[in-house]
Design a protein around this ligand. Structure first.
Ligand SMILES: Cc1cc2nc3c(=O)[nH]c(=O)nc-3n(C[C@H](O)[C@H](O)[C@H](O)COP(=O)(O)O)c2cc1C
Length: 359
């Protein structure tokens, strides 16, 4: 038995599962393992080179695309955060599109272009991305963490939405709406647009629920962090299995509203709210972020970047440990093929059982 949905059909994949975008960390090995398993791999927006050094997001993107396509014959994609913090955003989109067009294997396999954290139109209106769209089967999705953002994505002409609820790890909507309600809201208003549900998914029951509501698949972040293949530091992975669902907290800062694991860094950040944090809390909505002065934002960003990089070294106290509430339902580190197989089999079981309720 297989699960055939509008997402598996759209991308020509076997399983309606993707790994979530998890920049600034690298997810190349994760994407390869996910694509090899017949699901949808995702290369994250990072500026970390393969040997751990810092490089431009564009240089990293090209190398990551080349590396992933060399190591898998499966289907995958890439994420570009289009927020104003991505200063070279238009160039990044253009050059990424050109890079894909120049390589026939990339053109065949790199079919999932995901933008997030900013405007969906940045990619939709980019002339090079438009060319790529004309000559390949690439589909443009944008992350919609709120209903009004889903509307913007639809108006921008996106092929689909990644509907991300407040349970999720990392960047979150300031509106704090949980995934169950958000997905139903989006389904009510836009029943026909393909949707990947995201935030809080880690099991087959979760996948079954998402499909029952109207999504065509799920995207998982924290579940895949706790995998053998993921590039995350062993100490980062090891946080997940013993953690409880209530072990994350939502904080605001230069990156907007983010969910992270309750470590020393996260708790200190919460106890003393800086002026920047209070302002960011009020202004987290992307359009209003320009009201924070550039200097204030850059200083906050500098501190946040140090905390993000600390995790590369396995510093679990002073690092930014982005994780979602789904850590409460992940009990062990598994291989990616096993995770995907278990989630799919359990979803099939759950859906079959649900059908028996119908008379
Ligand atoms: C470590 C980490 C980094 C993330 N970075 C990004 C990112 O660069 N771009 C993005 O769109 N979402 C990012 N997210 C959000 C994820 O794409 C996704 O929404 C989230 O992991 C879903 O929740 P889950 O962890 O419960 O599966 C990040 C999440 C994590 C855990």
């Amino acid at each position: 038995m297989t699960l055939k949905t509008n997402i598996t059909e759209m991308f020509g994949i076997k399983h309606p599962i993707a790994n979530a975008a998890m920049g600034p960390y690298r997810t190349n090995e994760m994407a390869i393992a996910v694509a090899d398993a017949g699901a949808l791999g995702m290369i994250s927006h990072t500026n970390q080179s393969m040997d751990g050094r810092e490089e431009t997001a564009l240089a990293a993107m090209k190398k990551n695309l080349d590396y992933v396509v060399e190591h898998t014959d499966g289907i995958f994609g890439f994420n570009i955060r289009t927020s104003r913090l991505t200063t070279d955003c238009d160039k990044l989109i253009s050059e990424t599109a050109k890079h894909i067009m120049a390589n026939p294997k990339l053109k065949e396999q790199c079919l999932y272009a995901l933008t997030s954290a900013g405007s969906a139109t940045r990619m939709a209106q980019n002339p090079d991305f438009k060319k790529l769209r004309e000559i390949s089967q690439v589909k443009h999705f944008h992350v919609a963490p709120a209903l009004w953002l889903a509307e913007k994505c639809v108006n921008a002409g996106c092929d689909g939405l990644v509907v991300t609820g407040f349970e999720g790890g990392g960047h979150q909507s300031y509106e704090k709406v949980g995934g169950l309600v958000l997905l139903q809201q989006v389904q009510q208003k836009y029943p026909d647009i393909p949707k990947i549900a995201c935030g809080g998914f880690a099991t087959g029951n979760g996948l079954a629920a998402a499909l029952a509501i109207g999504a065509g698949g799920i995207s998982m972040g924290s579940r895949f962090i706790a995998s053998i293949e993921s590039e995350f530091h062993e100490k980062y992975k090891n946080v997940v299995p013993p953690a409880k669902a209530q072990d994350t907290v939502v904080r605001t800062g230069s990156l907007g509203t983010i969910r992270l694991w309750k470590n020393k860094f996260a708790m200190a950040k919460g106890l003393v709210k800086s002026k920047e944090e209070k302002m960011a809390e009020e202004k987290a909505k992307e359009e209003h972020r320009t009201e924070i002065s550039k200097e204030e934002l850059m200083e906050e960003l500098r501190k946040d970047t140090i905390a993000q990089y600390a995790v590369y070294e396995g510093d679990m106290d002073n690092g930014y440990i982005l994780l979602g509430q789904s850590i409460g339902i992940v009990n062990q580190i598994d291989s990616i093929p096993d995770i995907i197989e278990t989630v799919v089999k359990d979803a099939e079981k759950a859906l079959k059982k649900a059908v028996t309720y119908v008379e």
